[in-house]
Design a protein. Structure first.
Length: 616
């Protein structure tokens, strides 16, 4: 990460304006933790990651995933760039934020540039002490971000509301308590000093007449924006300050396989027939490796061009497009895809186990598993939000843009290659179970809580609560999601995999009832056949028995099992850290929509899908 080059001083050598390297983060972190618009702490300084137009792409390899690119309306994806100082490659650019700093020695509180700090060092020009970036910022649910208005905070009710008083601000810490009351802001003009107590209350900010200035510090030369929301104060390191909105897709046939893989790898989209023939005349080994002909390659190129043309006219809503994407994956996982090419030309291999279906699994309502021996997932950062976590009820206004440049036709993304196990539940038995009145009534409790949450967030965003999207909560979804969690927890205990290295993918719908459990990291954890081995019928039978038995009891019972509502947004029932919750990287819904009461029969009085005594 590098900051933008400083303005060159008169007479300064050219080397003086070369941007300095601040630090490094992993590529995966640029999607999940330190993406565009996020704050990054480097030593005693703080920066905000700049928009995509400022990134140096010379060390940013392209990623291809046509299905996901069409949904997100981009041409392709790129991995976050890696800096290369020897070649002058900057990588990801950042900007200083917040702009306000304080000195722990002289206690001056002012914008960074007023400290007269030496180049490349965040120190006070008078005291030579390391400066401290402001602990507090203002943010709103529309993604805007600004410095905390210290001057308005200390001068409230003093008669200086019409303009600056000309004094200097100071920030001191009493140290007698760890609360905001011990942080004191004062001004040399003589107004009474005030503490930071109450700064996090939205009503206090509103009463001071502070409105959102619609500041978008991560966008270079961003035009003026407008916002009617009241911002709220947050800690600079708060996890609520940046929520990534990530979309992902599995690379399933025909994309990424065989002729499609060759076209993507050799970047032959839109190439003329003569160019393609000459390309393979010079590289015949490509056809020898795959057993393909030039005619097959040309046919695929024409098919891709036609699909791109149709996609350009497609105005399908994003939510519906994601549902279609999941349905395509579900069908491919269900029917399998035997190995036909080397791993280089076939990223997805899915086959049934050689052993016959277990009678115990069939009695439990579980179809024969599918062993996903090879898979590739592309995860793309499409936007981000601040404040409340993203939800289906959010308007497009809440989705902060990664850039405003029309020349940027890509999104940052990473790829994960690994393996997994796909499970389906018996549709007939599942249909009978999910229509039982007690099951519907229990799931309806979570659904009502979720709908109330969506309506509340819609009102906060200034949109019509009645227009909020419907909740995905259903008995089927709750059952599949809970089953995925108990199996991941069981594998982390019995299979030797850390739970953070595994991930779920839930397929719940009118014609879908399955879960995919797979490796979720870009390292080697679980990528050598270990997860596939867990899907063998005999081992899966043992794992499922153990998982259901373990989930029947929680160390927090009876409080956990008898809970009326749990979780951060009251969208869980019988679920807590001692039984169901997973690392956030492993769960698609941030540990929401979970209930052991629907999983196990005879525990809450509600019919569970699985027998608690494992008679199956």
């Amino acid at each position: 990460m590098t900051p933008p080059p400083a303005r060159r001083r008169r007479g300064a050598p050219a080397a003086a304006i070369r941007p300095r390297k601040l630090g490094t983060v992993r590529r995966a972190q640029m999607i999940t933790t330190y993406g565009v618009g996020a704050l990054v702490a480097v030593d005693n300084e703080s920066f905000i990651v700049g928009d995509l137009a400022s990134w140096d792409l010379r060390e940013a390899p392209e990623l291809s995933e046509k299905r996901l690119a069409r949904i997100l309306k981009v041409d392709h994806f790129r991995q976050p760039p890696a800096p290369d100082p020897d070649r002058g490659v900057d990588g990801v650019r950042v900007r200083r934020f917040p702009e306000w700093y304080s000195c722990p020695s002289c206690h001056e509180l002012q914008p960074y540039f007023k400290f007269n700090a030496p180049p490349g060092r965040a120190t006070c020009g008078d005291c030579s002490e390391d400066l401290v970036p402001s602990r507090f910022v203002l943010a709103c649910d529309n993604g805007h971000l600004a410095d905390f208005p210290y001057w308005k905070w200390v001068h409230r009710g003093s008669g200086h509301a019409g303009g600056l008083c000309g004094g200097k601000l100071r920030l001191t810490t009493k140290g007698d308590t760890g609360s905001l009351r011990s942080i004191i802001v004062s001004c040399s003009c003589g107004v009474p000093e005030v503490s930071m107590e109450g700064a996090f209350r939205t009503r206090v900010i509103q009463d001071l007449g502070i409105r959102c200035e619609a500041t978008r510090a991560w966008l270079k030369d961003a035009p003026a924006d407008s916002c009617a929301l009241t911002p709220r104060a947050m800690q600079r390191g708060s996890s609520a300050l940046w929520h990534p909105i990530v979309a992902s897709a599995l690379s399933i046939p025909p994309w990424g396989e065989g002729a499609h893989a060759v076209v993507e790898r050799e970047r032959l989209h839109g190439a003329s027939e003569d160019y393609v023939r000459e390309h393979f005349r010079r590289r015949p080994y490509l056809l020898d490796k795959t057993g393909l002909s030039v005619e097959e390659i040309l046919s695929v190129i024409r098919a891709i061009e036609e699909a791109d043309r149709l996609a350009g006219d497609d105005d399908t809503p994003l939510a519906k497009a994601h549902t279609t994407l999941r349905q395509e994956e579900y069908q491919r996982l269900r029917h399998g895809n035997p190995e036909r090419y080397d791993a280089e030309w076939q990223p997805f291999v899915c086959e049934p186990p050689e052993a016959p279906q277990s009678h115990a699994l069939a009695a439990a309502g579980v179809e024969s598993p599918m062993l996903v021996k090879r898979l590739r997932e592309v995860r793309a950062l499409s936007s981000f939000s601040r404040g409340a976590a993203p939800s289906p009820a959010d308007s497009d206004r809440r989705r902060a843009p990664l850039t405003l440049s029309p020349a940027v036709n890509w999104l940052p993304a990473i790829e994960v290659k690994g393996e997994g196990v796909f499970l389906r539940l018996d549709q007939q038995r599942l249909g009978e179970w999910e229509n039982e009145s007690a099951v519907v009534a229990r799931s309806e409790r979570i659904r009502r809580n979720h709908l109330a949450l969506l309506a509340d967030r819609a009102r906060s965003a200034g949109t019509d609560p009645q227009a909020a999207q419907d909740s995905p909560v259903s008995p089927r979804f709750l059952l599949l999601h809970t089953l995925a969690h108990v199996l991941i927890n069981e594998w982390s205990l019995d299979g030797g995999y850390p739970a953070a290295a595994l991930r779920e993918r839930v397929y719940a719908g009118e014609d879908m009832a399955g879960i995919l459990l797979y490796t979720a990291t870009s390292d080697s954890a679980g990528s050598l056949g270990g997860i596939v081995a867990q899907g063998e019928p005999s081992r899966l039978e043992h794992t499922l028995r153990s998982a259901v038995a373990r989930a029947a009891w929680c160390s927090n019972d009876p409080l956990c099992m008898e809970s009326e509502a749990s979780g951060a947004d009251s969208v869980n029932l019988a679920a807590c850290h001692a039984c169901l919750l997973l690392p956030e990287t492993s769960c698609e819904t941030n540990n929401a929509f979970l209930d052991r009461g629907l999983l196990i029969d005879g525990v809450t009085g509600t019919p569970g899908f699985f027998a608690a005594d494992a008679r199956w």
